[in-house]
Design a protein around this ligand. Sequence first.
Ligand SMILES: [Zn+2]
Length: 254
Amino acid sequence: MARGMVDHCLLIETKGGLVLVDTGFGLGCVRDPGTMLGPSRFVLGAKLAEHETAFRQIQGLGYDPADVRHIVLTHLDLDHAGGLTDFPEATVHVHGPEFRAATAVRTRSERMRYRAQQWAHGPRWMVNEIDGGEEWFGFRAVRDLPGLPPEILVVPLHGHTRGHVGVAVDTGTGWLLHAGDAFYVGSEIDPVRPNTPLIWRAYELGSIAGLPFRENRRRLLELNREHGSDITIFSSHDAEAFARLASSRVRPAQ
Ligand SMILES: [Zn+2]
């Protein structure tokens, strides 16, 4: 694939330090892709560039990457967890079913998608075992994750992987929902004419569970239709949404 793939991370400034949602590919992936990504790097078609890593982007915003206290992961696929090694001091929040899927790999496809080298340094895991407590716009959501402000919610959206989640952030002036790989491009949740381009249908085949994937995407489409003015929903690999939102700065009210 000639096209480079965007990996949308989200940096949140809180009183308790910086919170990073997903890590994309890290410095280690750029410098030693063979070890950190393995053969899957050829499938992903990512153009690895050091200046695009979360670490360098955070520096570019004028922050110290060492101030990233918490990382919240949508899932542990190698294009989302690749930067964990750049933030060795951060607490890493991951949904229980996802943690187990990645650390006790059962299927061939899961052997391809998860890369244990990305957490061989032993991150401080915070495995969230609650399967969605509160109601959030019709979704079950996990609130009050240890160390995180209540404005950051985890929304279980399984299908792409066993424990895939979205991460919702109350910015004080509206919600952001980082939907990870629960869909791929904005046109899929277009309230008027939803459409999944052919190339992304191929990615959809990589879902661990196709039915829940499509059901959650349909629910996100409805969420967008009914609450699109209050919630900005975006996915990890949507280059257009990334370009539009990249300059946004988020400060949840505390
Ligand atoms: Zn992905």
